[in-house]
Design a binder for this molecule. Sequence first.
Ligand SMILES: [Zn+2]
Length: 60
Amino acid sequence: MKSLSCRDAGFDCDYVVQAESDNEVFAQGEEHVFNAHGMKKQDFIPAFNGKFKSFIKDTS
Ligand SMILES: [Zn+2]
């Protein structure tokens, strides 16, 4: 399992994404930041690729 803590990504938020793969973490994280943090797709994708990806932890 992979996980990504929203707090690690710089938000004041306890949401943690857990999924089987980086791609699923990305998909779920995307959904969350759009709904909960008002981010836009054009803001999120470069931020994820550049920064958030390094916060994905391997929890298996
Ligand atoms: Zn969040």
